[in-house]
Design a protein around this ligand. Structure first.
Ligand SMILES: Nc1ncnc2c1ncn2[C@@H]1O[C@H](COP(=O)(O)OP(=O)(O)O)[C@@H](O)[C@H]1O
Ligand SMILES: [Mg+2]
Length: 257
């Protein structure tokens, strides 16, 4: 479970203060797959960073499994992050001087979890990289690098995975593979998955869709009629921002909970 309560993020920019997030209220229950959408600059990455404890809010609270992380000391925060959150970046963010295997092993070492070698190997095999263990990031394709990043995000078995446009730099086939790995993990391990995406087809597969605009949530709805009803094309054809708000009341299970 991850929650934002009245979260504001302000940033000084020279003599002015920019408001990047303006009062975000959001509760993501355990096991839910949420897609966060919105145009560039709407605050998606800032929000995800706050939920991960990579940054702290100017006002309000962020709770991870009920624990307020908004003003936690860095060492304790690092511990919570390590134990509870896997983060996937659009640009992979692998350590260039470490092999795929060493990158996946790193969270074990940073969290003093003992010997994770067998688990790191098994995870890399499960993402189709059993033959690339000792390759460096520069020797891997974008799709392969992102799969290493997924293995790294999963290695400590975090209950929450946050992904910021994880398929944004990938072609369709590689993007599909990465998406399958994330959603399979969400289903099978019951992982809470919050994913920023521009892709309406991905969003149509989520349980819930949230749209940010100018630092505010302008739409928060459960996704209906997806794969189960075989109406994917319908599911994708949702209304553009600004036209669909009138129907929000029709979804009593959406909105801030
Ligand atoms: N460190 C910063 N200082 C000032 N403004 C920032 C900073 N980081 C992000 N912003 C601004 O905040 C807004 C939201 O950024 P971001 O969260 O990256 O949006 P998104 O991920 O939706 O594209 C943008 O207008 C961006 O320029
Ligand atoms: Mg972003």
């Amino acid at each position: 479970m991850v929650e934002a309560r009245g979260v504001w993020k302000r940033m000084r920019n020279g003599s002015t203060t920019v408001e990047i997030l303006k009062g975000i209220d959001l509760l993501v229950p355990r096991g839910q797959f949420v897609a966060i959408m919105g145009s560039s600059g709407s605050g998606k990455s800032t929000l995800l960073g706050l939920l991960a404890g990579l940054d702290s809010p100017s006002e309000g609270q962020v709770l991870v499994d009920g624990v307020d992380i908004s003003h936690m000391a860095e060492d304790r925060l690092a511990q919570v992050r390590g134990q509870r959150i896997g983060f996937v970046f659009q640009s992979y963010q692998l350590i260039p001087t470490l092999t795929a295997f060493e990158n996946v092993l790193l969270p074990f070492e940073l969290n003093a979890r003992g010997d994770g070698k067998a688990r790191a190997r098994a995870l890399l095999e499960s993402v189709g990289l059993g033959s690339r263990l000792h390759h460096y990031p520069v020797q891997l394709s974008g799709g392969e690098q992102q799969r290493v990043a997924l293995a790294r995000a999963f290695v400590l078995e975090p209950p929450i995975v946050l992904a910021d446009e994880p398929t944004g730099n990938l072609d369709t086939a590689n993007g599909q593979h990465v998406l399958e790995l994330l959603t399979t993990r969400q289903r099978e391990a019951g992982t809470t998955l919050v994913m920023v995406t521009h892709d309406p087809q991905i969003a149509a597969r989520a349980d819930r869709r949230i749209i940010l605009r100018d630092g505010m949530i302008v739409k928060d709805e459960m996704v209906h009629g997806t794969a189960a009803e075989g109406t994917d094309s319908e599911g994708i054809a949702w209304l553009p921002i600004g036209l669909g708000n009138a129907s929000d009341d029709a979804h009593p299970d959406a909105g801030s909970r």
